[in-house]
Design a protein around this ligand. Structure first.
Ligand SMILES: CC(=O)N[C@@H](CCC[C@H](N)C(=O)O)C(=O)O
Length: 367
């Protein structure tokens, strides 16, 4: 049987991308099977998708379950930390999911060890960073067999001091929609631009037009573009361009209205430059809305031991929003900062091991 911190080291060294978390799933299953043997507990391990798993712990006859969720995927980021348990591949747990998994494992260990008399579903969910694993788990129908009365999840961050909790009464995380826009023109020699259809110009014109969409000060929205490219050779008019980004707002409906505006702009550019376009939407995450009653209960259970900040909403996305849409739920940030902030998704992100015990302690209080 391994400890949650030992598990962290193994997971951190073997990070895998969304829906490819085969080794991660195996590591988790092996560790949980050892716990089952050690504490002589009979729980079912459910696998609604190819990766990830759900532990069904049901010591009490009635069909009432509390769900605790950890995400399990990593990011395509090369780790910079110089540590013994450094990632062995090109990916990295730069969003702290190794910590989330170890906390959930620690909670399972606690439940088995103390034979706690509460029915719990422990969800190790794939593909949070993109792909919407939470939605896929729901769509698999696995939860239809359970009466889930509450759901919890946490996310580490070095925006707050180690051990500080930050959450909010309503929207905590934004809706996040992955959006790609492609432009299709026609190549020509740059000396004969009249023979081409310039996709780079269309792309450029589109980017400039974004500033013209008026901001609604009470309905925040960010259209963040992380990648834009066009062209192959210096003396050829580009026939193709692509923009990859993500739209964050406080409601998926607002984002959809915004996408309609983008389409109008793109149609007028098409009219002007004769460059066609295609919009492709990737994962479309619902905003994470904390349930008011669960939030109140959370404060009662936790605030005498931990500092809790009401942080309002953040523009980060989280597919836990799909779970929170279906069940009374609460998500919170768990601070990890000790000295300097490096930020989530940074190749230097490295919460201390003892954050795991803090997370387990908080989850224990919510059982
Ligand atoms: C907590 C966190 O960092 N979440 C990610 C979720 C990504 C959603 C999706 N891939 C997108 O970019 O729209 C985030 O970037 O906020």
């Amino acid at each position: 049987m391994i400890s949650p911190i030992e598990l962290r080291y193994i997971l951190h060294q073997n990070p895998e991308l969304g829906f490819k978390e085969f080794k991660t799933t195996q590591i988790l299953e092996n560790a949980i099977n050892k716990l089952k043997e050690h504490y002589n507990i009979n729980v079912e391990i459910l696998k609604p998708l190819e990766t990830g798993l759900i532990i069904k712990y049901q010591p009490v006859e009635k069909n009432e379950f509390v769900l605790f969720r950890s995400d399990i995927d990593a990011l395509p980021i090369k780790e910079k930390n110089n540590i013994d348990f450094k990632s062995k591949n090109e990916n990295m747990h730069a969003c702290g999911h190794d910590i989330h998994m170890s906390i959930l494992y620690g909670l399972i260990k606690y439940a088995f060890e103390n034979k706690i008399q509460k029915n719990i579903l422990f969800l190790f969910q794939p593909a949070e960073e993109g792909g919407g694993g939470a939605k896929k788990v729901i769509d698999s129908g696995i939860f239809n067999n359970f009466n889930i009365i509450k759901a919890y999840a946490l996310h580490v961050t070095d925006e707050y001091e180690k051990g500080v909790i930050a959450t909010s009464k309503g929207v905590l995380f934004a809706s996040a929609v992955e959006i790609d826009i492609e432009f299709f023109g026609k190549n020509s020699h740059i000396a004969f631009p009249q023979d081409g259809k310039n996709a780079l110009n269309a792309l450029r014109m589109f980017l400039d037009s974004l500033e013209k969409i008026p901001n609604d000060p009470v309905k925040p929205l960010i259209y963040g573009i992380g990648k834009a490219y066009s062209g192959e050779v210096r003396n050829v008019i580009p026939a193709y361009g692509k923009i990859e980004g993500s739209i964050r707002s406080l409601s998926l409906d607002h984002t959809k209205e915004y996408i309609n505006k983008l389409e109008k702009i793109l149609n007028s550019i098409k009219e002007m430059l004769d460059v066609d376009y295609k919009i492709t939407l990737g994962s479309q995450y619902k905003e994470v809305v904390n349930d008011e009653k669960v939030y109140k209960e959370f404060l009662e259970k936790i605030e005498n031991k931990y500092k809790i900040i009401d942080c309002g909403y953040k523009m980060t996305g989280e597919d836990f929003g799909f779970i929170a849409e279906k069940y009374p739920a609460l998500m919170f940030w768990l601070g990890t900062k000790t000295n300097k902030k490096v930020g989530l998704h940074s190749p230097d992100f490295l919460p201390d091991d003892d954050v795991i015990n803090i997370g387990i302690d908080i989850f224990k209080k919510l059982c």
